[in-house]
Structure formats: structure tokens, C-alpha cells
Design a protein around this ligand. Structure first.
Ligand SMILES: [Zn+2]
Length: 86
């Protein structure tokens, strides 16, 4: 791997972390993770990770991404989503 490519990957990674840390998050107990994790809205998830709702639904059905419904809003377990994207 060239250094330039590596630097670019790190930059993208840092940018993603920056965007994720600015998201409106809610601390909720994720039954699948079995501890309190950050949940983000479905809208934020599709924007930040540039994936569509259908793809999230597919991952959720396979239990790769954890979802939760709170006050009629679909929330996504951020930890599971980050791991699914790797
Ligand atoms: Zn989870």
C-alpha cells in the first residue's frame, strides 16, 4: 500500500469519525449488544453512511445492524452499523 493511499484512508476515517461524533445520538440499551450504546436516527444513518433504508432493513433482518423503535422513530445501533460497514 502506498503512503498516499494510506494517508487518504486515514483522512476519510477521521472525517467519518468527526461526522459521527457530531450526530444527534441517544444512549439506549441495545438488547442485542446487551449494553447501552449510541443510537442514531434512520435518516442520519442513511446520510452519513450513504446507504439506503432498504439496505439497512436487510442488515437488520440478518441481525447485523440492530434497530429499535422509540416514539415511532426508527433508531439504529451505531456500534453495529459501524461494524457492518467495515
Ligand atoms: Zn447493538
Amino acid at each position: 500500500m502506498t503512503n498516499i493511499k494510506r494517508v487518504r484512508e486515514i483522512t476519510i476515517e477521521v472525517e467519518k469519525v468527526r461526522v459521527v461524533s457530531n450526530l444527534k445520538k441517544q444512549k439506549i440499551i441495545c438488547e442485542i449488544c446487551s449494553f447501552t450504546t449510541d443510537f442514531i436516527s434512520l435518516n442520519s444513518a442513511t446520510q452519513v453512511f450513504q446507504i439506503n433504508e432498504e439496505y439497512i432493513a436487510q442488515l437488520a433482518r440478518k441481525n447485523i445492524v440492530h434497530i429499535k423503535i422509540e416514539n415511532e422513530e426508527i433508531l439504529i445501533c451505531l456500534k453495529s452499523l459501524m461494524e457492518a460497514k467495515e
